[in-house]
Design a protein around this ligand. Structure first.
Ligand code: CTP
Length: 397
């Protein structure tokens, strides 16, 4: 079921480390390729030999060792997923604060793959405010948290904090890779790309949007079983066949396509960089360069997001985007309110690797209840996951 998936299992110093043995066995049985890294204190609970025998790979522990030093970058790139199970309270705190005093943390910090953690601790530790803060913090970095179980703990007490059982972790991984159908039956409308506002038959006004962010969001929703309609401005990006794609050129065409679809939609994400202005007059003939100074009059396009916000019913969720260069949060919040939408995704052009044209993005999301979520710079595919997860979380509030 996980055939060919490359899984980097991180084992930390927790009594639940014994469950990681069964987990590695299940992963191998499911066809995954597994490499194990342990923190030095994990060795006090289980033997590296057990993991190397099961995974048929060397187990790495030391940060400063000739082979493992270079490996910390390679391993995070090799893996399809890094799975830290069990995640101890100590490693959690270090992850939340960027510590790098062992190989596992060095790999975590340099990993480009998604990271999933299965925390394990005693109930009181689990409920301590600092643990809650650390969990929220690593979640905001884009890490995926497998919920803890309730049951008998190593202390003999009963309560929350048990690491999820290996079989549950396997299920989580399966859902993670092959996507659950959690959004089956939901109708989602996404806009993406720039728009072209024609001046004459050969010229237009536009912007640098590539459409990558919006298409990644559409793919992410479709992967979770949603019925996705993508209204795509001029863009070369290939879109999966299971996404109903409507190609448009101008802001007016995007507006018409959105209006035609909106009434039956549950979730709308306006990721398109719609032109705010269009030429007041379109010249049927190519404009000749007869004038020394040429003045073009522009008029406002329809603000699609604002109009959808005015029409939306209480069950519909609308998400807008704000690309800002200054007073970022203030401007984003003002758009959230003025356009009567539920969430706004902010990218700041001041952040390197954010915004147009790049393969990465760095976002913050604000919702209308005053919550805010900040994320690290990551690939647009992973940013799309964060956006979809935040929308799902918002919907369940
Ligand atoms: N948007 C839209 N229709 C437009 C313009 C923008 O639906 N005609 C949407 C975008 O898809 C995005 C959000 O509105 O989700 C961006 O808000 P907007 O106020 O247009 O931002 P800016 O264009 O940056 O506006 P300003 O120059 O005022 O900051």
């Amino acid at each position: 079921m996980l055939s060919g998936k490359k899984i980097l299992v991180g084992v930390t110093g927790s009594i639940a480390a014994y469950k990681a043995i069964l987990l590695v066995r299940l992963l191998i049985k499911a066809g995954a390729e597994v490499k194990v890294i342990m923190t030095p204190s994990a060795k006090d609970f289980v033997s590296p030999l057990t993991f190397s025998t099961l995974s048929k790979n060397e187990v790495l522990i030391d940060l400063f060792n000739e082979t493992s030093w270079a490996n910390h970058v390679n391993l995070g790139r090799w893996a399809d997923v890094m799975l830290i199970a069990p995640l101890s309270c100590n490693t959690l705190a270090k992850m939340a604060n960027g510590f790098c005093d062992n190989l596992l943390l060095a790999i975590y910090l340099s990993a480009t793959c998604p990271v999933i953690v299965a925390p394990a601790m005693d109930e009181d530790m689990w409920h301590h405010p600092s643990t809650k803060l650390n969990i929220d913090k690593i979640r905001s970095f884009g890490n995926n948290i497998i919920p803890v179980d309730n049951g008998e703990l190593a202390s003999g007490l009963f309560g929350d904090g048990r690491m999820a059982e290996p079989a549950q972790i396997m299920q989580y991984l399966h859902n993670f890779f092959f996507e659950s159908n959690e959004l089956a039956g939901k109708k989602v409308l996404i806009t993406a790309g720039p728009t072209h506002e024609a001046i004459d038959p050969v010229r237009f006004i536009s912007n640098h949007s590539s459409g990558k962010m919006g298409v990644s969001i559409a793919e992410e929703f479709a992967g979770r079983g949603a019925d996705v309609t993508l209204i795509l401005g001029p863009s070369d990006i290939d879109v999966s066949k299971n996404i109903h794609t409507v190609k448009v050129t101008s802001a007016q065409e995007m507006y018409d396509a959105c209006m035609n679809n909106f009434s039956k939609i549950d979730i709308t994400v306006m990721a398109a960089a719609v032109a705010d202005y269009m030429p007041q007059n379109f010249s049927l003939k190519k404009i000749k360069k007869t004038e020394n100074v040429f003045t073009l009059s522009l008029k406002k396009t329809n603000d699609i997001l604002k109009q959808l916000g005015e029409q939306k019913n209480k069950d519909q969720i609308i998400v807008g985007f704000a690309l800002e260069t200054n007073n970022e949060k203030e401007n984003a919040l003002s758009k959230l309110e003025k356009k009567n939408i539920d969430l706004i995704v902010l990218n700041s052009l001041n952040d390197e690797g954010a915004g147009f044209g790049t393969d990465t993005n760095k976002i913050a999301i604000f919702d209308k209840h005053g919550n805010e979520f900040h994320f690290e710079k990551k690939s647009k595919k992973l940013v799309a996951k964060d956006i979809v997860n935040t929308i799902i979380q918002y919907k369940n509030v």
